[in-house]
Design a protein around this ligand. Structure first.
Ligand code: ADP
Length: 267
Protein backbone atom coordinates (compact mmCIF):
# COMPACT_ATOMS: atom_id res chain seq x y z
CA UNK A 1 0.00 0.00 0.00
CA UNK A 2 1.26 3.44 -0.80
CA UNK A 3 0.08 7.00 -0.52
CA UNK A 4 0.27 9.15 -3.59
CA UNK A 5 0.72 12.88 -3.91
CA UNK A 6 0.18 14.51 -7.30
CA UNK A 7 1.06 18.17 -7.90
CA UNK A 8 1.32 18.92 -11.61
CA UNK A 9 1.89 22.51 -12.75
CA UNK A 10 1.54 21.47 -16.37
CA UNK A 11 1.90 18.60 -18.79
CA UNK A 12 2.45 19.84 -22.32
CA UNK A 13 3.30 17.54 -25.23
CA UNK A 14 5.98 18.44 -27.76
CA UNK A 15 3.24 19.40 -30.26
CA UNK A 16 2.12 22.15 -27.85
CA UNK A 17 -1.02 20.38 -26.55
CA UNK A 18 -1.38 21.13 -22.85
CA UNK A 19 -3.24 18.15 -21.37
CA UNK A 20 -3.01 18.95 -17.63
CA UNK A 21 -2.68 22.25 -15.77
CA UNK A 22 -2.60 22.94 -12.02
CA UNK A 23 -3.73 19.52 -10.90
CA UNK A 24 -3.32 18.50 -7.26
CA UNK A 25 -4.67 15.57 -5.30
CA UNK A 26 -3.61 12.92 -2.81
CA UNK A 27 -4.56 9.26 -2.50
CA UNK A 28 -4.43 7.59 0.89
CA UNK A 29 -2.84 4.13 1.33
CA UNK A 30 -5.21 1.44 0.09
CA UNK A 31 -7.72 3.97 -1.19
CA UNK A 32 -9.80 3.22 -4.30
CA UNK A 33 -9.97 6.44 -6.33
CA UNK A 34 -12.04 6.73 -9.49
CA UNK A 35 -11.30 9.40 -12.09
CA UNK A 36 -14.14 10.67 -14.26
CA UNK A 37 -13.82 13.35 -16.92
CA UNK A 38 -14.64 14.19 -20.52
CA UNK A 39 -12.89 12.40 -23.36
CA UNK A 40 -9.51 13.98 -24.12
CA UNK A 41 -9.25 15.52 -20.65
CA UNK A 42 -5.86 13.98 -19.92
CA UNK A 43 -6.86 10.97 -17.81
CA UNK A 44 -4.68 8.44 -19.67
CA UNK A 45 -1.91 11.01 -19.77
CA UNK A 46 -2.07 11.28 -15.99
CA UNK A 47 -1.84 7.49 -15.51
CA UNK A 48 1.16 7.39 -17.86
CA UNK A 49 2.87 10.10 -15.81
CA UNK A 50 2.17 8.34 -12.51
CA UNK A 51 3.43 5.03 -13.91
CA UNK A 52 6.60 6.78 -15.10
CA UNK A 53 5.92 5.75 -18.72
CA UNK A 54 6.23 9.43 -19.60
CA UNK A 55 8.73 11.28 -17.39
CA UNK A 56 8.31 14.72 -19.02
CA UNK A 57 6.20 16.77 -16.61
CA UNK A 58 6.43 20.13 -14.89
CA UNK A 59 5.50 19.19 -11.33
CA UNK A 60 5.89 16.51 -8.69
CA UNK A 61 4.39 13.07 -8.39
CA UNK A 62 5.48 11.22 -5.29
CA UNK A 63 4.56 7.92 -3.73
CA UNK A 64 5.34 6.84 -0.20
CA UNK A 65 5.13 3.42 1.37
CA UNK A 66 4.01 3.22 5.00
CA UNK A 67 7.15 1.20 5.78
CA UNK A 68 10.34 3.26 6.18
CA UNK A 69 12.36 0.17 5.17
CA UNK A 70 10.50 -0.28 1.89
CA UNK A 71 11.91 2.03 -0.77
CA UNK A 72 10.61 0.25 -3.84
CA UNK A 73 7.01 -0.38 -4.71
CA UNK A 74 5.23 -2.36 -7.38
CA UNK A 75 2.82 -0.81 -9.89
CA UNK A 76 0.20 -2.81 -11.77
CA UNK A 77 -1.39 -1.36 -14.92
CA UNK A 78 -4.55 -2.50 -16.66
CA UNK A 79 -5.21 -0.84 -20.01
CA UNK A 80 -8.35 -0.31 -22.10
CA UNK A 81 -7.44 -3.41 -24.11
CA UNK A 82 -6.25 -6.60 -22.38
CA UNK A 83 -2.86 -6.37 -24.18
CA UNK A 84 -2.09 -10.08 -23.82
CA UNK A 85 0.73 -11.52 -25.90
CA UNK A 86 -1.18 -13.52 -28.56
CA UNK A 87 1.63 -16.04 -29.08
CA UNK A 88 1.76 -16.94 -25.36
CA UNK A 89 -0.66 -19.07 -23.37
CA UNK A 90 -2.55 -17.67 -20.37
CA UNK A 91 0.01 -19.23 -18.03
CA UNK A 92 2.93 -17.83 -20.09
CA UNK A 93 1.36 -14.35 -20.15
CA UNK A 94 1.27 -14.42 -16.38
CA UNK A 95 4.78 -15.88 -16.04
CA UNK A 96 6.02 -13.00 -18.19
CA UNK A 97 5.18 -10.36 -15.58
CA UNK A 98 6.59 -12.51 -12.77
CA UNK A 99 9.94 -12.93 -14.56
CA UNK A 100 11.52 -9.66 -13.30
CA UNK A 101 10.86 -10.86 -9.75
CA UNK A 102 12.46 -14.28 -10.28
CA UNK A 103 15.06 -14.91 -7.59
CA UNK A 104 13.58 -12.21 -5.39
CA UNK A 105 10.50 -14.29 -4.75
CA UNK A 106 9.87 -17.93 -4.03
CA UNK A 107 9.06 -19.80 -7.27
CA UNK A 108 7.07 -22.46 -5.40
CA UNK A 109 4.93 -19.77 -3.73
CA UNK A 110 4.49 -18.02 -7.08
CA UNK A 111 3.22 -21.24 -8.72
CA UNK A 112 0.77 -21.80 -5.90
CA UNK A 113 -0.35 -18.16 -6.07
CA UNK A 114 -0.87 -18.34 -9.86
CA UNK A 115 -2.92 -21.52 -9.48
CA UNK A 116 -4.93 -19.99 -6.68
CA UNK A 117 -5.65 -16.79 -8.60
CA UNK A 118 -6.49 -18.68 -11.81
CA UNK A 119 -9.06 -20.58 -9.79
CA UNK A 120 -10.35 -17.39 -8.16
CA UNK A 121 -10.94 -15.70 -11.52
CA UNK A 122 -12.57 -18.87 -12.94
CA UNK A 123 -9.74 -19.79 -15.32
CA UNK A 124 -8.36 -22.88 -13.59
CA UNK A 125 -8.65 -25.03 -16.70
CA UNK A 126 -7.52 -22.38 -19.19
CA UNK A 127 -3.84 -21.90 -18.33
CA UNK A 128 -2.75 -23.72 -21.51
CA UNK A 129 -5.00 -21.76 -23.87
CA UNK A 130 -4.04 -18.85 -26.12
CA UNK A 131 -5.84 -15.46 -25.95
CA UNK A 132 -7.52 -16.13 -29.33
CA UNK A 133 -9.23 -19.15 -27.76
CA UNK A 134 -10.80 -17.04 -24.99
CA UNK A 135 -13.85 -14.75 -24.90
CA UNK A 136 -13.43 -10.98 -24.43
CA UNK A 137 -14.50 -11.32 -20.79
CA UNK A 138 -12.00 -14.12 -20.16
CA UNK A 139 -9.17 -12.05 -21.69
CA UNK A 140 -10.04 -9.22 -19.27
CA UNK A 141 -9.93 -11.74 -16.41
CA UNK A 142 -6.43 -12.72 -17.44
CA UNK A 143 -5.43 -9.04 -17.66
CA UNK A 144 -6.92 -8.44 -14.20
CA UNK A 145 -5.10 -11.44 -12.78
CA UNK A 146 -1.87 -10.30 -14.45
CA UNK A 147 -2.21 -6.88 -12.78
CA UNK A 148 -2.71 -8.48 -9.35
CA UNK A 149 -0.22 -11.34 -9.60
CA UNK A 150 2.73 -9.08 -8.75
CA UNK A 151 0.89 -8.04 -5.57
CA UNK A 152 0.92 -4.35 -6.56
CA UNK A 153 1.16 -1.50 -4.07
CA UNK A 154 -0.36 0.80 -6.70
CA UNK A 155 -2.81 -0.27 -9.38
CA UNK A 156 -3.56 1.99 -12.36
CA UNK A 157 -6.63 1.07 -14.40
CA UNK A 158 -7.56 2.86 -17.62
CA UNK A 159 -11.20 2.08 -18.51
CA UNK A 160 -10.45 -1.63 -18.07
CA UNK A 161 -14.01 -2.90 -18.57
CA UNK A 162 -15.12 -0.73 -21.46
CA UNK A 163 -16.97 -2.32 -24.40
CA UNK A 164 -17.98 -5.42 -22.42
CA UNK A 165 -21.61 -6.47 -22.12
CA UNK A 166 -23.25 -5.38 -18.85
CA UNK A 167 -23.31 -8.77 -17.02
CA UNK A 168 -19.66 -9.50 -17.91
CA UNK A 169 -18.57 -6.03 -16.79
CA UNK A 170 -20.47 -6.48 -13.50
CA UNK A 171 -18.78 -9.86 -12.89
CA UNK A 172 -15.39 -8.26 -13.49
CA UNK A 173 -16.17 -5.39 -11.11
CA UNK A 174 -17.06 -7.91 -8.40
CA UNK A 175 -13.85 -9.79 -9.14
CA UNK A 176 -11.83 -6.59 -8.97
CA UNK A 177 -13.44 -5.76 -5.65
CA UNK A 178 -12.63 -9.24 -4.24
CA UNK A 179 -9.02 -9.00 -5.42
CA UNK A 180 -8.64 -5.44 -4.11
CA UNK A 181 -9.96 -6.48 -0.68
CA UNK A 182 -7.34 -9.23 -0.37
CA UNK A 183 -4.31 -6.91 -0.42
CA UNK A 184 -5.78 -3.37 -0.68
CA UNK A 185 -3.48 -1.75 -3.22
CA UNK A 186 -4.01 1.97 -3.76
CA UNK A 187 -6.10 2.15 -6.96
CA UNK A 188 -6.62 4.85 -9.59
CA UNK A 189 -9.47 3.73 -11.83
CA UNK A 190 -10.33 5.80 -14.90
CA UNK A 191 -13.85 5.42 -16.23
CA UNK A 192 -16.35 7.42 -18.26
CA UNK A 193 -19.22 5.72 -16.39
CA UNK A 194 -20.28 7.66 -13.32
CA UNK A 195 -22.30 4.66 -12.09
CA UNK A 196 -19.27 2.41 -12.38
CA UNK A 197 -17.21 4.94 -10.40
CA UNK A 198 -19.88 5.16 -7.66
CA UNK A 199 -20.22 1.38 -7.44
CA UNK A 200 -16.47 0.81 -7.02
CA UNK A 201 -14.64 3.71 -5.45
CA UNK A 202 -14.05 5.34 -2.08
CA UNK A 203 -13.69 8.74 -3.76
CA UNK A 204 -14.24 10.18 -7.21
CA UNK A 205 -12.08 12.89 -8.74
CA UNK A 206 -13.92 14.75 -11.47
CA UNK A 207 -11.73 16.37 -14.12
CA UNK A 208 -12.38 19.45 -16.23
CA UNK A 209 -11.95 19.39 -20.00
CA UNK A 210 -8.38 19.87 -21.29
CA UNK A 211 -6.16 21.24 -19.85
CA UNK A 212 -7.55 19.24 -16.98
CA UNK A 213 -7.62 19.89 -13.26
CA UNK A 214 -9.77 18.50 -10.45
CA UNK A 215 -13.16 20.23 -10.38
CA UNK A 216 -14.74 18.09 -7.67
CA UNK A 217 -13.33 15.67 -5.10
CA UNK A 218 -16.26 13.55 -3.93
CA UNK A 219 -16.21 10.98 -1.10
CA UNK A 220 -18.80 8.22 -1.68
CA UNK A 221 -20.99 7.84 1.39
CA UNK A 222 -22.08 4.23 0.72
CA UNK A 223 -21.23 0.97 2.46
CA UNK A 224 -20.01 -2.02 0.43
CA UNK A 225 -20.73 -4.29 -1.32
CA UNK A 226 -22.46 -2.24 -4.02
CA UNK A 227 -23.70 -3.06 -7.49
CA UNK A 228 -24.03 -0.71 -10.42
CA UNK A 229 -27.81 -0.88 -10.68
CA UNK A 230 -28.58 -0.86 -6.93
CA UNK A 231 -30.87 1.88 -5.61
CA UNK A 232 -28.22 3.67 -3.47
CA UNK A 233 -25.79 3.88 -6.43
CA UNK A 234 -28.55 5.20 -8.70
CA UNK A 235 -29.55 7.71 -6.03
CA UNK A 236 -26.03 9.15 -5.67
CA UNK A 237 -25.78 9.27 -9.47
CA UNK A 238 -29.03 11.21 -9.65
CA UNK A 239 -28.07 13.55 -6.78
CA UNK A 240 -24.69 14.41 -8.28
CA UNK A 241 -26.07 15.17 -11.73
CA UNK A 242 -28.99 17.15 -10.31
CA UNK A 243 -26.59 19.26 -8.23
CA UNK A 244 -23.96 19.59 -11.00
CA UNK A 245 -25.73 19.13 -14.37
CA UNK A 246 -22.53 19.59 -16.43
CA UNK A 247 -20.28 17.43 -14.27
CA UNK A 248 -19.59 14.86 -16.98
CA UNK A 249 -18.77 17.64 -19.46
CA UNK A 250 -16.13 18.93 -17.05
CA UNK A 251 -17.87 21.68 -15.10
CA UNK A 252 -18.91 21.66 -11.44
CA UNK A 253 -21.14 24.74 -11.80
CA UNK A 254 -24.14 24.18 -9.49
CA UNK A 255 -27.60 23.68 -11.02
CA UNK A 256 -28.88 27.22 -10.36
CA UNK A 257 -25.73 28.75 -11.93
CA UNK A 258 -26.15 26.54 -15.02
CA UNK A 259 -29.78 27.61 -15.33
CA UNK A 260 -28.84 31.30 -14.96
CA UNK A 261 -26.09 30.93 -17.56
CA UNK A 262 -28.62 29.30 -19.90
CA UNK A 263 -31.05 32.23 -19.43
CA UNK A 264 -28.26 34.76 -19.90
CA UNK A 265 -27.15 33.05 -23.14
CA UNK A 266 -30.74 32.80 -24.36
CA UNK A 267 -31.28 36.48 -23.53
P1 ADP B 1 -8.32 11.02 -21.96
O1 ADP B 1 -7.63 9.80 -21.44
O2 ADP B 1 -8.86 11.89 -20.86
O3 ADP B 1 -9.37 10.72 -22.99
P2 ADP B 1 -5.70 11.64 -23.07
O4 ADP B 1 -4.87 11.68 -21.85
O5 ADP B 1 -5.61 10.42 -23.90
O6 ADP B 1 -7.23 11.96 -22.69
O7 ADP B 1 -5.33 12.90 -23.98
C1 ADP B 1 -5.37 14.23 -23.50
C2 ADP B 1 -5.00 15.17 -24.62
O8 ADP B 1 -3.61 15.03 -24.89
C3 ADP B 1 -5.73 14.90 -25.91
O9 ADP B 1 -6.02 16.14 -26.52
C4 ADP B 1 -4.73 14.10 -26.74
O10 ADP B 1 -4.91 14.33 -28.12
C5 ADP B 1 -3.42 14.70 -26.26
N1 ADP B 1 -2.32 13.71 -26.33
C6 ADP B 1 -2.27 12.51 -25.72
N2 ADP B 1 -1.10 11.89 -25.98
C7 ADP B 1 -0.39 12.76 -26.78
C8 ADP B 1 0.91 12.70 -27.37
N3 ADP B 1 1.72 11.66 -27.19
N4 ADP B 1 1.30 13.75 -28.11
C9 ADP B 1 0.50 14.82 -28.28
N5 ADP B 1 -0.73 14.95 -27.75
C10 ADP B 1 -1.17 13.92 -27.00
Amino acid sequence: MISLSVNIRSKTFTNGVCAIKDMSFDARPGEFLAIVGPSGAGKSTLLGLIAGLDPAVDGDISAKTGDAQQHRFRTGFMFQEPRLMPWLTVQQNIDLVLRPYAGRRNAVDDDAQVRHLLELVGLKDFGGMFPSQLSAGMCRRVALLRAFIIDPDLLLMDEPFQSLDAPTAEQLRQLLFDLWQRTSPTVLFVTHSLQEAISLADRILFFSARPSHVILDYEIPLPRPRTLDSAPVQQIHHQLLSRYPQLLEGSAAPAHASAMLGQYRAG
